[in-house]
Design a protein around this ligand. Structure first.
Ligand code: MSP
Length: 664
């Protein structure tokens, strides 16, 4: 790869792990994958990032429901997402998980930059809280929880605010200076009027959520949703060392329209606050609708990609999604239209043109690309159309106008079909003149096919690779430079490659029946986590927030890893409540070599005075940290029991163990 290739960085949204991908998510990823392939063919050094958004209350809840630790839950779900993208050939170059350690470091670093620059301040967040679900809910005071229907309470918690209000003018100036920053136009207008209406500061940490990246030195604060999630784009390409990779700022963040505001307002404001370069563009696509409603798990109207790919192939799904919907607008999904497109455009269009061209060359030209004689007017008309199509298609791809690009290519395919019908090479005889004419027609047709194949490759990677080798072309179409694509480059004399099945015609009713039956089966499958879960909920320590950036729990660790955790028998010497922290007790614990101060989140379940003299298991080699402003130097081990997560201290009731003895 030449060192001087321009770099191009694009991203899909990072997907929530509390569900599995449907074709709405697949749409975002397919579009990015298409851009990635296209840009490579235009000579760019491309990186595409996708990944999973794994923190927050919803994951806490789903993991609890599945009876597994959060880390185990997200590891399994992320593996499912990754496996599906691999299966569909759209895996991207970077897969970032928000539980990756490098991501936690980037988020903490970004926060520090924003704070050092004066854009972060401590405050309080007040909202309606459901104590049963342990989560804030978006209802008015006095209203019940929309999830469980139980009463909510007005709760105020300490958190950190980001001074979003300071960025109204800088953002408006940025939009004015970079008119293409937000695409399409309708979304740009929407964002502009939102920002013009004034910006309120944003709460970016929580103390009520446990499953998140800790705010260093401010535990139990963890980063809240968007400050965490958006930063993944930067973590994937070097984080604090982004200059070394050279892939920041991003060229395009591709997102669904419902999350444009986070990407076009919050994200640039965070970056401005930290003094970092802003992405060049945020492109919001529309929704895939099913029966006029957004396809979503909560509405129960989702369609999964696997059945479609199984019956019609991946390229069919890609073609349908990119051709049928004008990029940026909503599009309706229907099995009927999908199979219709498959049969008319792929089987009867590209597939048929490729197989009959190859068959005629095989039969009449000894299986080698024929040498054209002098071109006639009909040939040059088609040549001109093909040459114009090259220019037009590239312009459309550059604007992400996929449906227009494909329309242009398919109009060229239709013109070639018509050309074959009017020139009917099959009815020419064996005279020298007829043979030359037939060779010219077949070369012209094969040349159109080569051009159409190269242009379609970003959308139909699998099938165009087959046509490319059928035409005897070297390498893969993906490594062909679209900048060098011209009419007339098809070299005569090259033998055709092996003919491979492209798009076999399919009976519509039967195809739909098969896809719907498979879809029903998919929906019946248990969640991958409940399906395989074997281990019980891991016991979180009673010391407060769990370390959010822990390695995936599915990975087994060696004894040498376990040996890194130093646990000893300790004896509680004093215990007292902490003013303003109703869950925490401040303990002093004798661990044999010294007396330590440790905070433990057990105040709601243990009376301080009853703990004096009790022997407990203590993790003694944890880095000290502050919980609610109180230094905690170590962690008391406890099991978590019952739906409300009651801590039960691990201890040694029946044996006389020495204080300071090591647990192994
Ligand atoms: N995790 C956040 C994004 C954080 S990005 C820093 C999120 N995740 S999501 O899984 O709910 O959705 C991700 C994306 O999936 C949406 O932005 C959208 O691109 C896509 N889609 C989900 N349902 C969709 C449709 N029905 N139609 C088209 N795309 C939709 O939001």
């Amino acid at each position: 790869m030449p060192a001087n290739k321009p770099k191009f960085y694009l991203t899909t949204p990072i997907y929530y792990t509390n569900g599995l991908p449907h074709i709405g998510h697949t749409y975002s990823t397919i579009v990015c994958d298409t851009i990635r392939r296209y840009k490579r063919m235009r000579g760019y050094d491309v990186v595409m990032t996708t990944g999973t958004d794994e923190h927050g209350v919803n994951v806490e809840r789903s993991a609890k429901k599945a009876g597994v630790a959060e880390s185990e839950f997200v590891a399994k779900m992320a593996a499912e997402w990754r496996a599906l993208w691999d299966e569909l050939g759209v895996q991207g170059d970077e897969f970032i998980r928000t539980t990756d350690l490098k991501h936690a470091h980037t988020v903490q670093w970004l926060f520090k930059q924003c704070r050092d620059n004066g854009y972060v301040y401590p405050g309080h967040y007040t909202g309606q809280y459901c104590i049963y679900d342990n989560a804030y809910v978006d209802v008015k005071p006095g209203e019940n929880c929309p999830d469980c229907g139980r009463p909510t309470e007005t709760v105020t918690e300490a958190n950190f605010y980001f001074k979003l209000s300071a960025f109204q003018k800088p953002l408006l100036d940025w939009y004015a200076k970079h008119p293409d920053f937000i695409q399409p136009e309708a979304r740009r207008n929407e964002v502009l009027s939102f920002v013009e209406g004034g910006l309120r500061d944003l709460s970016i940490t929580r103390t009520s959520v446990r499953w998140g990246i800790p705010v260093p030195g401010e535990e139990p604060h963890v980063f809240y949703v968007w400050f965490d999630a958006l930063t993944a784009y930067l973590s994937a390409v070097g984080g604090p060392q982004y200059e070394k990779t050279g892939f920041w700022p991003a060229d395009v963040h591709l997102v669904g329209k419902e999350i444009i505001r986070f990407h076009a307002v919050y994200w640039p404001a965070f970056l401005m606050a930290a003094g970092l370069p802003l992405p060049k563009q945020v492109w919001a696509h529309g929704w895939l609708l099913m029966d006029s409603a957004k396809m979503s798990k909560s509405l129960g109207n989702v369609v999964r990609p696997r059945p479609i790919v199984h019956v019609l192939g991946m390229d069919a799904l890609r073609y349908y999604l990119l051709r049928e919907t004008v990029f940026g607008q909503d599009g309706n999904f229907s099995y009927d239209a999908l199979v219709q497109r498959y049969n008319s455009d792929l089987a009867n269009g590209l597939g048929n043109l490729a197989s009959r061209t190859a068959a005629m060359i095989e039969k009449n030209c000894g299986g080698k690309i024929p040498k054209p004689a002098a071109l006639q007017r009909q040939d040059t008309t088609l040549a001109t159309k093909a040459q114009e199509a090259i220019g037009e298609v590239l312009v459309q791809y550059d604007k992400l106008g996929f449906s227009l690009a494909l329309e242009e290519i398919w109009s060229l395919i239709a013109a070639t079909d018509k050309y074959l019908t009017t020139e009917h090479p099959w009815s020419l005889g064996e005279s020298e003149v007829d043979q030359q004419r037939r060779a010219t027609i077949l070369w012209t047709t094969a040349e159109v096919l080569r051009i159409a194949t190269a242009l379609t490759h970003p959308v139909l990677p699998e099938s165009t690779t087959k046509v490319w080798s059928l035409l005897g072309q070297p390498d893969q179409p993906g490594s062909f430079s679209l900048d060098g694509l011209r009419w007339g480059q098809l070299a005569p004399g090259k033998p055709l490659g092996k003919s491979q099945a492209l798009f076999p015609r399919i009976e519509k009713a039967e195809a739909i029946e098969r896809m719907e039956a498979m879809e029903k089966e998919e929906q019946k499958q248990p969640s991958p986590v409940t399906a395989h879960a074997a281990s019980p909920v891991s016991a979180p320590a009673a010391g407060g927030a769990a370390a959010a950036a822990a390695p995936a729990a599915t990975e087994k660790i060696g004894i040498e890893d376990f040996a890194k955790v130093e646990m000893r028998v300790g004896q509680i010497k004093t215990a007292e409540r902490i003013v303003g922290a109703d869950k925490l007790l401040k303990l002093t614990v004798d661990i044999g070599t010294e007396i330590r101060q440790i905070c433990a989140g057990i105040a709601q379940y243990y009376e301080p005075e009853k703990l004096i003299g009790r022997k407990v298991a203590v993790v003694v080699n944890l880095a000290p940290r502050k919980l609610r402003g109180v230094e905690s130097n170590g962690m008391i081990v406890a099991a978590t029991v019952g739906p409300e997560g009651r801590p039960v201290l691990a201890g040694f009731p029946d044996e006389d163990v020495e204080i300071g003895a090591r647990l192994k």
